[in-house]
Ligand binder design. Structure first.
Ligand SMILES: [Mg+2]
Length: 350
């Protein structure tokens, strides 16, 4: 049986604003596009009491909550805090799937400690280092872990065990089935399906024409507590590098620097094409006697700016002993992230 955690930061953007400006604490904070076509990215729990929620138009949020504090949001700051949280998560396990800026799955199957203990430790650490509260769902697959993290929000821990299934799921709205959208829900409502219990009565063959072949199977399984999706850590994409062995051993710092810069240009182009940026630059040097050294430097933020990366290469190469001849030089960029998180895209509406 696998052990999966789903970690979700509570009202992320709004919480960061509260932490950075304590006078906002407990007030209805709405972060998102503030213009006419703006969309709410995050609402604080106080704002949610007025019916405000993410993805709602800012205009509607203003109507519902005229006294709300509407903030445009600070993307860089959110990325920074998100990274602090992920740094903590990474101390738990390497088996992490980043779903978005404030959400991740962790596979803790191979850990010795109990799931609840690990979840409580993570919450404690995140609170201590960032001031944020998070909610954690514990279960034996991704679907149920995500459902569980939503159970006791905010600041919750909830575990769904195999013996809870199907009883626990039965009374839930079909909208709680991640992957079953609002449109599909409406379609199902029309034929009298509102809860998971209703949906459980439908054999797979009857779901196929309603949901399509693949989704029918997916949903049919999920409501029975079956979800075999792996945690996808994208491990192969954790770093991008290039190195070369020179045709003869070199003692030419200027030339080595040029080669490394050329390589970094290629890598950065490649990253940019994929909408990614990096935070850590690593230089690798192998001397003529095959002794090898690697030196890394991490920025406080992710970048795909070539000048910034050149500066780091300069700094690193200048700190390396090049009194010996070099047979190989290489560079890699790691701590990769996507430029724009999906949720941050919401800001583009303002
Ligand atoms: Mg969240």
């Amino acid at each position: 049986m696998r052990r999966i955690l789903h970690v979700d930061i509570d009202a992320f953007f709004a919480s960061v604003e509260e932490i950075d400006d304590p006078t906002l604490k407990g007030k209805p904070i709405i972060v998102g596009g503030t213009g006419e076509r703006g969309v709410v990215a995050t609402a604080s729990y106080e704002a949610r009491k007025y019916g405000v929620h993410s993805a709602m138009s800012t205009q509607m949020a203003r109507n519902l909550c005229p006294k709300g504090i509407f903030l445009k949001g600070r993307h860089d700051r959110y990325s920074e805090v998100s990274r602090q949280v992920f740094d903590i998560l990474e101390t738990v396990t390497e088996s992490i799937e980043k779903v978005s800026i404030d959400e991740a799955y962790l596979d803790i199957t191979n850990k010795e400690e109990s799931s609840v203990y690990i979840a409580m430790e993570v919450k404690k650490q995140v609170k201590k280092y960032t001031g944020l509260t998070i909610s954690i769902g514990i279960s034996y697959n991704k679907f149920l872990a995500k459902l569980a993290s939503d159970w006791n929000k905010p600041n919750g821990i909830f575990e769904i065990q195999e013996t809870d299934i199907p009883q626990l799921l039965k009374p839930l709205s079909i909208l709680k089935v991640h992957g079953l959208g609002k449109k599909t829900a409406l379609k199902l409502n029309r034929i009298g399906i509102f809860t998971i219990e209703d949906l459980l009565k439908y054999p797979l063959d009857n779901l196929r024409p309603l949901l399509g072949e693949l989704r029918a199977i997916e949903i049919y399984d999920k409501i029975r507590g079956i979800d075999n999706r792996e945690i996808s850590t994208n491990r192969e994409r954790k770093s991008y590098g290039k190195e070369t062995t020179f045709s003869m051993d070199l003692q030419d710092k200027g030339y080595i620097m040029e080669i490394l810069k050329e390589f970094s240009c290629e890598i950065v182009e490649h990253l940019k094409e994929q909408g990614k940026s990096a935070r850590t630059v690593t230089v690798k040097i192998k001397y003529e006697d095959f002794e090898q050294i690697t030196r890394s430097h991490s920025l406080e933020y992710h970048t795909s700016d070539i000048r910034t990366i050149f500066d780091i290469i300069n700094k690193i190469v200048n700190s390396i002993d090049l009194s010996k001849k070099v047979r190989l030089a290489g560079i890699s960029l790691s701590n990769i992230t996507h430029h724009q998180q999906m949720q941050l895209d919401l800001f583009n509406y303002f």
